[in-house]
Design a protein around this ligand. Sequence first.
Ligand code: ME8
Length: 652
Amino acid sequence: MSKGRFYITTPIYYPSSKLHIGHTYTTVAADAMARFKRLTGYDVKFLTGTDEHGQKIEEVAKEHGVSPKEYVDKIVDGIKKLWETMEISYDIFIRTTDEYHERRIQQIFQKLYEKGDIYKSHYEGWYCTPCESFWTETQLKDGKCPDCGRDVELTQEEAYFFKLSKYQDRLIKLFEENPEFLLPESRKNEMISNFLKPGLEDLCVSRTSFDWGIKVPFDEKHIIYVWFDAVCNYITALGYPEIQEEDYKKFWPADVQLVGKEIVRFHTIIWPAILMALDIPIPKKVFGHGWILLEGGKMSKSKGNVVDPVVLVERYGVDALKYFLLREYSFGQDGLFTNEVLLNRINSDLANDLGNLVSRTIAMIEKYNGGIIPKPKTKGEYDEDLENLATSVWSKVEERMNKLNYSGALEEIWKLVGRTNKYIDETTPWILAKDDENKDRLDTVLYNLAESIRIISVLIRPFMDKTARKIWVQLGIDEGQGTGWEDIMEFGKLESGIKVHKQPPLFPRIDVQKELKELAGNNKNTEKNESKNQKKENKKSKKKKEKDQISIDDFAKIDLKVAEVIEAKEHPNADKLLVLQLKVGDETRQVVSGIAEHYKPQELVGQKLILVANLKPVKLRGIESQGMILAASTKDKLTLVTADIESGTTVS
Ligand code: ME8
């Protein structure tokens, strides 16, 4: 009987041509949890997918000379293949370009607009394209994106806003009343002190300066902000808002949402606020895991310091890699990856501890009992200790897994691996085998070893499914013969009389020095390829730069005029905007400008500024702006360009 339902999600991945080991960390962790919950009797839904819209994708596709859809289609196939290689047992793979998702996002947007939680206004601020994030001037760090440290662009456009500020108090309450909502604890403090306490601003949720996204249903010039579209995947994948029976009803709210620490803000502030606005429940838990770092920082393609999971899987097998990732690092914290740490961990825990235990036991059953698992007979010292541990590990694993403490869960399992190895040394079967009088005791020892290995094989199923199955082959059992979770609460379930099958070692021992050299050689080849790629990229970007250059004719299209401020007032609906009346020769122009934080209205009267006079008029928060004035901006200061020349003069 099912213990209930369990919904777990990973973030949806940006279609990047090469996902690295850091990306696989989130899916490997989610996969182990999904398998664990299935094994322990839950009805599980495990969601992953791809986040395919946005400016970044549009730009990359352009560089490749293909349409964004052509570009993502190819890459998404590669991502699905990677998850196949990594044996990721997802139930749903959502693409944000799936027709059903796009339709449901429009329905959600419409719903919030009708409710008044989305409204039209004007955005003026900074945008980080690689992170697809909006930032205010004060949030920037040394003028760069505070998340990734890269350049940001000044963005000014008419846009729809989501009333995030309206949900500030409810969000603070959510954190206060649900200590388990965001884990680990340190991330919660970060969200409260960095974002919630300073005060939330409404969030810009539409863009007009590019096309690749889902159209705002009632204003097709706008596309929906990619993060709004992306976070809502967790519910559109279940049918919301169209089909609220079946999956949505059964699986929402999510039990656990796994995310990397850099996107916790989107998942614990913006995402719950959208859910509050929709009047639907908040996920039970968001876990912000740490980063896998290389010397020199976080892995990233632009830094060229990535580790390819496929290379590691080809050399050491998928189970070794999954085990390593979950055992070596504490899930909430950052951890440093080196080949040496990986190889040593495989050798010590997998080749030595587990691999040797299985091969020694099978070899002894072959040698001392003709390959047949004997019936246990004479009890002896050490048996009880082994049995007690073997039948209690499952509850410790459950406890650790429910806290997403993967490393701790594996540590508990390896206590049993170690105890069983020690049991061999204590009972010395090779000495018992020398004397027929000890045959009954030898039978018990061999049985207990095989039984303990059966229990270990079930315990490792969520983490290393293939290895568990390989152990069953060696023990001569099939799935269903003592391989379920409930079968490890009792010692003695393994049938006697079964024939064992010796197989090659589960994890061959690695010659670390030799392997390190080969991996370094591999890297050099990759570096060579990468430097080739870099050259290609440079060529491409040179071409792009050339393409980005404009001709004198293009420039001549811009009509710049000297304009004198004859009146300046605060905008009635926006703190950051001023409304200026400008004299341009004989004409008067009204311009709305985002300079209120830098200039007081009275300072401006009489100043002669440079106006882009032939810009199409737009309404900014309800007031028409007939042009734009030029300003130079440094990190935190904005200075208007002035000219002591008669108003109306053309600047060229
Ligand atoms: O963030 N170590 O997608 P993504 C650990 N599309 N985890 C890492 C990592 C590293 N070195 N590098 C990446 C996005 N990750 C958005 C999500 S969800 C509505 C939208 C993790 O492809 C990262 O933290 O950049 C994130 O959890 C996942 O890989 C996908 O990252």
